[in-house]
Every structure is written in structure tokens, then in C-alpha cells.
Design a protein around this ligand. Sequence first.
Ligand code: DGJ
Length: 735
Amino acid sequence: MNIFFNQNTKTFTLNTQNTQYRMAVVSDGYLAHLWYGGKLPDEDLIYLLRFDESPFTPETNNRERGSFMDNLPFEYPCFGIGDYRESAIAVLDSEGMSACDLRYSSHKIYSGKPALEGLPATFDNGGDCTTLEIEMLDSHLNLKATLIYSVFENSDIIARSVRFKNIGNEPFYLKRAYSACLELDSSQYDMITLNGSWARERMVQRQPLHIGKQSIESLRGESSHQNNPFMAVCSHNADEDNGEVYGLCFVYSGNFTAMAEVDQHDKTRLLMGINGFDFSWKLETGENFQAPEVLMTYTNKGIGQMSRNFHDVMRSNLIRGKYKDKTRPVLINNWEATYFKFDTDKLLSIADEASKLGIEMLVMDDGWFGHRDSDNSSLGDWFVYEEKLKGGLKHLVEQVNKRGMKFGIWFEPEMISPDSELFKAHPDWAIQVKGRPLTQSREQYVLDFSRKEVRDYIYFMMREILDSANIEYIKWDMNRQLTEVGSATLPADRQRELWHRYVLGVYDLMNRLTTDYPDILLENCSGGGARFDAGMLYYSPQIWCSDDTDAIERLKIQAGTSYVYPCSAMGAHVSDCPNHTVGRNTPFKTRGDVAMVGTFGYELDVTRISEEDKKQIPHQIEQFKKYNLLIRTGDFYRIGNMFEDNTWDAWEFVAKNKSEVLFEFVQVLARPNMRSRRIKLKGLDPNAYYFREDNPEQVFSGKALMQCGINVAKIWSADEIWGDFASKVIHFIKA
Ligand code: DGJ
């Protein structure tokens, strides 16, 4: 067991491989946070709470209870009883009161990890989890809040969530129900977040914390392009390899808040959970509410180690299904090749060429259903557009299979076009506020996925398609955010539940789909990468990273994404040039080397690219297959930092046993009259020697590679890197 309770000091200790988390039941049953950091011996840490300094505890000086409340580092802070910092919970009771006061009542520790009802969450993988449940009680409100913590045997991660129950006779409302609070005894940190926009997702932002509140959020109904449900705080001097870092990642795909508050005493409170703005959840007698999970990590080995901690737990305890530990089929997607202008013949001409080059799957993107010739119609009409797909879907799939390729298909299940049969039949199925005009976005509305009959019908149509042909992959897209959030069926005092009920509905359908079709590879997508979050990774082992497929833009997008999410989950394709988003021309080789970091595939009209480019495809596929195991299972190290110096980038995958290393370099801008760049490798065995696979004569000690580095872009040599946007891949093997 990695979780202990010390009866004498009333302290809970949670141990991970290299970290420790402590909390204690203190005066009047409050649960105080004591410590999160490196491992300590079993000693009493209550002194960290400074009870010997005024205003003392309520037990000894109840006159100053208010100051006590405003000082204590709370494990799960409440509002209305003297703690004026941001609270984790807000309530409204049947008498209109908002005070909440949670005190310790009991706890249990057990092996394993509970599933969270209706929600994605990490799971016990072969007995590697221990769980602590602490029951907190507000006996006035009759609210029970169970704080749930799980630790994993092999990763420095703590998973947290909270389950609420109304154990009284009166209903009340949760107005906010965050999943985690983490108190830090200093404000000397930088906050790191991942922010962006369409085609520019997960750009790394870093700034020093300042007094007051700083936060990111989504109120869009999905995790969003703009802010990713992740935050870290790190020591001011932390870099990729050194320094303290606390990382928090939300396993959720809807509205969220991630906040840091620096208080009057220069302490920091971190909070993460479902966004409390426009949120309300009614709890009737006996009802539960389960808040989603937060994954927390601590390291003193820098930002890179934080990322590797997240990657490890997601790869082993979050991602599921047949493809979890498999190289994904190399696909070709017709979106950037044809957009809406395709038919059976066009798709088959792509398949003809692609199959000859070794591409393994054809994915038919948007435009195959209803009468969809542009983005202005047919969402919700999930039946085949026969004029486009002459001979039908079964015929097309059979023809693709005949060419030795698998077949994949695109859906946008959550959406409805005003111009659709579905909308004509069920206008009330769109999310809307009665009497207000519906806001269009990409000329479409959002279906009310809180309604089971809506989900059932959409699923029925999807099944008709999936059962009609040999479909082996689905791209689940979502191309707009929510507005006028109202449901035709919820009562007034439950309307604000819709944001969350919508997300639960999406999870329900993904769950049904992946349960009924366990062999289908599901890839999530949301107008590019607006739903690249840990919630989605529970259902799909890969997520489309961004609609920006330019190799150079992808350096930042993929680096930002890798702060939290494993490379094996990043949807990445080689696309055509000039790039459709930025108009840039990059070498075909570089496009392949950059896409190889992720799931790998093509997004171009292979019948129209140059012979020179085409010739490289079999080699790129071979390279992807050769290194994919290392990429999927190895430790990822960022070496270059495009956010600080955007003239070059480099990264590396190191096998867990350090037996091999894949090093990749991209010269963004060529430099005149300069010597080669010397770049230090990371994470190798310092006592081993490594040789270059492409040039076994070149042998380096692990120490030399890490301390001195290698010369990259050596001009006039076999390693020549010529011109802007050139790339180089070097494989080192332990001698
Ligand atoms: C947005 C996705 O990110 C694209 O890849 C493509 O599938 C389009 N939607 C289709 O509408």
C-alpha cells in the first residue's frame, strides 16, 4: 500500500515513486494540506501549519476563528465560513443560503481504483493503484463530499476527484464543485498554461504569479482551442531539466477553470474543476454528483519530467482499446486533397496510388452524407449521398479493401444543420433558448446531447452506416462551440446543468460506440485540436492535433501538446505545399519527419503531387514503422524550444531501458557562415556507448552526447542540412 494514515498525528501520507503528498485532520475536523513534494520520512509535519503562531486554532482561541479559516491551507476549501480565498465548492440551499462547512468524518484506504460514473478517468492497470476516500460532512446542509485520491505504482501521479451526496431531506444546488485544490506555501512560481486559437493550439505561455487571481477557462462547451485544461506552476528558474514543477491536468472535455490565487500572505492556492460560471446542479435527497478527475504531478526535475510523468500515466492508465499499444495504420485522409469535391472515382484514384506506395487506410472525410457539398447542410442526416458515392458505401469500401487498404469514415455526431431532414423533423433537438434566434456557427447548430432520445437516434443512424460496410476507423469531429445553452426538456432549475449534461451525453455515446465496436480505431477531432484533452483520450487513443498541418507550425503545436499528452496520441499528417493554412513550402522529408512524431498519415492528393515527393512515401512509411515502438513507448525529451528561439528545434525519444535514442532536428532558418550547431542529448545511460545506426563508425559515450553534444548541420558532410526547414533524424544504438 502506498497510502497510510497515522492515527497519532491524524496525517494521511500518499507515496508515489518519487513524491509524497500529506494532509492532516486538524482542529475541529478541518482537513489541512501539509505537503506535496519529495519523499520524507514518517515524521510529524504538523509544524508546517504554524499553529504556534497567532491567531492559533479555534480550539485554543475561538475568538479568532475567522483568521484561522483565512489562513489554513485547506484540502478542499469552502465558502462562507471565513476563508475569503477562492473556494472549491459553492452551494445554495433550500433557504437561499450559501455557507458551506465540510469537516472530516471518516476515511477508507483500499487497493484498486473506482470508475467515475459516466466520466472518463484513469484506471487500475493490473493492480497498480491504491485509493484513499475521505468523507467530509457538512451536517447543517446534509452534504457529504467524498474526496478520492489514487496513487499509481509506477508513476509520479496522483488522481483526484470528489463525489457529492445529498444525505438530507431538502434539495440544494451545487453552484461550483471543483475537483481539486492544491495549496502551496509560496508565491515564487511561474504559471504555465497552453493557449491558442484555431490552427494555433496549445502555445506555451509562462508568466510569474502575481498577487490576486490568475486563471484560464473554457465557457465554450468543449475544452477549446483557446485554453487547454492544464496548468503548471514551477520555480522561477525551472527549465526542461531542472527545477520544481507542479502540474495539474483535467480529465474533462467541457467548460473548465484552472486558477492560481496568490493571497495576502504570499501563499498560492491552485484550483481546477468544471467552470462554476453558468453552472448549477440540483441535488435531490439521496442524489450524487461526481466531479471529474484531476491528475496531479510534482517533480524537481523540470518541465520535461512533468511531461513524461503525464505521458506515462496516460499511456498505461488512461488510454484504452485495441490500438492502445499498437502502431496505427498509416492513413490517407481526403480532406485537404479534395475538401467537399469528391466522388467514388476520385477516392478510388487516391486509393489506387496510395496503396501502391504502402499507405494502409483511406479515410473519407466530411461530405459523404445527406446532400453535403459544402459546410452549409446535412449534419444529422447520416445516410449516404448517393450521387457522390455512386454504387454506395459498401461498394466503395469493398473496392478500397480490394486494393489492400482499410477504410475509415468521418462523422460529426453532435451537430445538426438547419438545412437537414433531421432539423425539419426535430427543430427542438438543437440546443437553444426558446424565443431567441439560434446563433449559427459554420452554418450549424449543436444537438442537445443531454437527451437520450437524441443520442439514441444519432447512434442508430451511425450504426446503420457502420454495419453496412467494413469500416475500421472513425474520425469524430466537432466544429463549433455552444451558444444559447438551453434544453427543451430540462426544468428551469436544472437548465444550468446542460453544459455538463451535454458533455456526459458525448461521453455516453463514445462509450457505446467503443463498446459496441471495439475493433474500430477512433480518432477525436474538433475543428483541429479544440478537444485535445485527457477526457477524450479515454475514448480515443489519438486526437487530431490541429488543422494547421504545416511542418514548421506543427513544431510549436506538437511541442505545446507534448507538455501534457503523449506523442503517440497526436494526429499528425504530411500535407501538400504550399501549405493550406500558412502558404509555406517545406521539404517533403521534413513534413514526414515532423508527422512521424505522432500517429502519422497523409492529407494530400497523392495523384497530384510530384514524382519526387511521391518517391519518398515508401521510405517515410518504413521509417515510421521502424521507430514507432520507440516513439510510442519511450521517454520524450524536448531539446529545442521554439517558443524562445524559433530558428531551430530538436527532440528525442529514449527507450525506457536506454538502449536506443531517436534524435530529430529541424533547422527552421538556415544560417550563413556559421559552424554546425552543437546540441546536447538527454536521458541517456552515462556509462554506455552509443553508435549511429547510419554510420556505426561514429561511437560516442553517453556522457559525451549529454555533456558535450553532437554537431548537427555539419556543412559539407554526410550530415549536410541545406536550406530553411531542413530536417535530420539520427538513430543511436547502445553499443
Ligand atoms: C475540421 C477538421 O479538423 C478537419 O480535419 C476536417 O475534418 C473538417 N473539420 C471537415 O469539416
